[in-house]
Design a protein around this ligand. Structure first.
Ligand SMILES: Cc1cc2nc3c(=O)[nH]c(=O)nc-3n(C[C@H](O)[C@H](O)[C@H](O)COP(=O)(O)OP(=O)(O)OC[C@H]3O[C@@H](n4cnc5c(N)ncnc54)[C@H](O)[C@@H]3O)c2cc1C
Length: 285
């Protein structure tokens, strides 16, 4: 196994593009090193991106924030402006593992590990975040929802990696929230996750919404019908019931030791409903 820590994006792309055998980016390593230890993956090349300038930075851009691919959950939590703008995203990232794990774990690693249960991914999708993909061709901005294509699989091509995430500036009177169900109080993987972001007009009517569901399909589900169920409403009881029903209908989970199909379908609706209430309160300020 070869370990490289290049100091430019170009050098990293060059290494990945010309590598023989399997290669992996190393960000925080909280998934990759565990998978290597257990023999799940045996990369021929590891490219550590943490020495590349910008990878550990959070920079204001177009009223939103660009977050380098190696920014840890702990660094996100320390960024007061980002936390105020997208509290649901920062809270979701800070649900990952423990304090120790959050010192290393990145949102991009969470995304590119492509687990259907990844916590921060749902909040990023609901926030309308994009990932900047660099590679041998021109850099491209890809909706976060389009990076993972199935368990452990991404849409990234040979030589490509994610250099940063962009969280746009929310419209006035916007709010977001992420909730997950786990059997323990912490240090567990979501049995179901749900994220909602929404925007209100001056009268408190929802003018736009996004709903994302996790651990109820092979990849994150963008639940458009659930979002439509609350647009044009003031999140009254009927709207909440419609949202929950649409979220449950969108969920296509499997049975496993952590939850049955029936349970996950039910909980998807419950969590979407509860997340919407929090997002609504945040949007009202
Ligand atoms: C004790 C423990 C508890 C955990 N709890 C949770 C939890 O509650 N919720 C949760 O969602 N996850 C959890 N995880 C999983 C893990 O911590 C997260 O998925 C984390 O966000 C991964 O980030 P990382 O920077 O450590 O990724 P890494 O391990 O560095 O990388 C993960 C994968 O993504 C690829 N990758 C990384 N960066 C890039 C990039 N820039 N471009 C392309 N590919 C890239 C790597 O090659 C690798 O395949 C836990 C892990 C541990 C060990």
């Amino acid at each position: 196994m070869r370990y490289e820590a290049p100091d430019t994006i170009k050098a990293a792309v060059g290494l990945l593009s010309t590598a023989k055998g399997s290669s992996r980016i190393l960000a925080g390593g909280t998934d990759l090193l565990v998978q290597m230890r257990s023999g799940m993956v045996e990369p021929d090349l590891i490219v550590d991106i943490k020495r590349i300038p910008g990878m550990r930075d959070i920079v204001a851009e177009d009223g939103g924030f660009r977050i380098g691919a190696a920014v840890s959950g702990a660094e996100l939590r320390e960024h007061a402006k980002l936390k105020a703008m997208w509290p649901g995203v920062v809270e979701a990232a800070n649900l990952i593992g423990s304090t120790q794990v959050q010192g290393r774990a990145t949102m991009v690693g969470n995304l590119c590990n492509a687990s259907p249960a990844a916590d921060s991914v749902l909040a990023l999708i609901a926030a309308g975040a994009t990932a900047r993909v660099v590679g041998p061709k021109r850099a491209r901005d890809v909706a976060v929802a389009d990076i993972a294509v199935g368990p452990g699989k991404t849409s990234l091509g040979k030589g490509e990696f994610v250099a940063s995430l962009f969280l746009p500036k929310p419209a006035p009177r916007s709010g977001d929230a992420y909730l997950r169900f786990i059997p323990r109080t912490e240090m567990d993987i979501a049995v179901v996750g749900a994220s909602v972001s929404l925007t209100l007009n001056a009268k408190g009517v929802i003018t736009a919404a996004r709903v994302a569901l996790g651990a109820v399909g092979p990849r994150a589900i963008v639940a458009d019908k659930a979002a439509k169920a609350i647009v044009g409403t003031s999140l009254d009881e009927t709207a909440l019931a419609n949202l929950a029903a649409a979220a449950s209908a969108a969920a296509k989970p499997i049975d496993d030791k952590r939850g049955t199909v029936e349970f996950r379908i039910k909980v998807a609706g419950v969590l979407a409903r509860r997340a919407a209430v929090i997002a609504y309160d945040r949007a009202k300020g």
